[in-house]
Design a protein around this ligand. Structure first.
Ligand code: ADP
Length: 399
């Protein structure tokens, strides 16, 4: 089946048309600066050249129209008409407690996504705008919502409740939701397949280490804990996000620097993480280079980053009372051998040992990177959120 996967931001729209029989990406692209001067449309057919065109896009509907035009164009296109596309899968960030799996989108679903918009004020409204534009221009196709939070909905109260007055959970649903769920689900499934085992018989820790980063504990195929919380700010040190810290830091900084709560929250989201710790960059390639050149702050940031990941792995091994496999994924997890080596240095107490040579050459492909005699198995498993969304979309429409 051919599934168009759509991922909308407030001024962007990423898309991939995926053939789910072969997992081939038939075409993909990006609409940037939607509604802003200088909007740009990037498009790539199969393994062809990427093209970029400055094209006015006043809104998401203009963007979707361009996507359809490119996909069906006699020259650049990959289908002769929309009739050849079977469904549209929409990446949706926050599904609150309502959505535990992918759903066929109707007015009630859109209303429910709207209802949890204040939990993801940057993402959910943009997603709804994208869904409406797609529905309008592709009215005959089934539209499916795939939620970043859904995979984590199996967490039990002891994992998702915060130790604050219960009334705030009752009144406002303040709790741990977790994000990157599509990736944690996909990677834990692939990890089990690589081991030749059923995910239902395994305890897997997935480390999704990208610009945003989170760890999850997947026991018998279900998420039992994850490091991101009410919002993606909690947990690991990230490119620009602080991750865990004493909540009292917020009011302390507000007083010292005469900042509003929003301003401190903004600092914690956008100016912290390895960027804030080093002043160098949020990009791990730059941090690694600076550390190698003797920048002490960069070296400390890498050490702090690895320690935080390792502490989560240790606590999730405890949460599951064991662990069979630890999978690294996303930009850093898939590519940064130095960061993986730093993290795995903490894990020998579990009974595993990194094969340093295998680790050094493992880059962007599925690889076991631990020595064969040890357990848990350490592995690199590239994520593919678009493919996962396409597969969930197909599974839903096939019933
Ligand atoms: P997101 O999807 O959250 O924006 P990615 O999964 O693309 O993020 O990860 C981005 C991070 O991955 C950046 O910090 C980048 O430096 C890092 N990264 C990507 N490629 C490499 C590489 N070859 N070596 C080290 N780090 C890399």
């Amino acid at each position: 089946m051919k599934v168009l996967v759509i991922n909308c931001g407030s001024s962007s729209l990423k898309f991939q048309l995926i053939e789910t029989e072969t997992n081939d990406v038939l075409a993909k692209g990006l609409c940037e600066r939607i509604g802003i001067e200088g909007s740009n449309f990037e498009y790539k057919k199969g393994d062809g050249e990427k093209t970029g065109t400055l094209t006015e896009m006043k809104n998401h509907k203009d963007a979707v129209a361009l996507v359809i035009k490119a996909l069906t164009d006699p020259e650049t296109g990959v289908v002769s008409s929309l009739d050849e596309i079977d469904a549209v899968g929409h990446r949706t960030v926050h599904g609150g407690e309502k959505f535990k799996s992918a759903v066929r989108i109707n007015e009630d679903v859109i209303k429910a996504i709207e209802e949890v918009s204040d939990l993801a004020p940057l993402h959910n409204p943009a997603c709804i705008t994208g869904i409406r534009a797609c529905q309008e221009l592709m009215p005959n196709l089934p539209h499916v919502g795939v939620f970043d939070t859904a995979f984590h909905q199996t967490m039990k109260p002891e994992a998702f409740l915060y130790a604050i007055p219960y009334e705030y959970y009752d009144k406002y649903k303040v709790r741990r939701y977790g994000f990157h769920g599509t990736s944690h689900d996909y990677v834990s499934k692939r990890a089990a397949e690589l081991l030749g085992k059923d995910r239902k018989d395994l305890k897997i820790i997935v480390c999704h280490l990208g610009n945003g980063a989170s760890v999850s504990a997947v026991e018998n195929g279900e998420c039992v804990d994850t490091s991101m919380g009410l919002t993606p700010l909690e947990g690991l040190i990230m490119g620009t996000r602080s991750g865990d810290l004493d909540p009292a830091v917020i009011s302390y900084l507000m007083g010292k620097e005469n900042l509003s709560c929003e301003e401190v929250t903004d600092i914690l989201n956008k100016k912290s993480g390895v960027l804030g710790m080093t002043g160098v960059s949020s990009d791990f390639r730059d941090i690694g280079k600076a550390a190698a050149e003797g920048n002490e702050k960069a070296e400390n940031a890498l050490k702090a980053y690895a320690l935080r990941v390792a502490k989560y792995i240790g606590s999730y091994a405890a949460a599951m009372n064991g662990v069979d496999a630890i999978a690294f994924t996303a930009g850093i997890g898939e590519n940064d051998a130095d960061v993986r080596e730093r993290i795995c240095g903490y894990l020998t107490f579990l009974g595993t040992e990194l094969d340093k040579d295998k680790n050094k050459t493992a880059r962007g492909k599925e690889t076991i990177i631990s020595k064969p005699e040890g357990k848990p198995v350490l592995m690199v498993v590239p994520t593919n959120e678009e493919l996962a969304i396409a597969m969930q979309t197909v599974a839903l429409i096939k019933g």
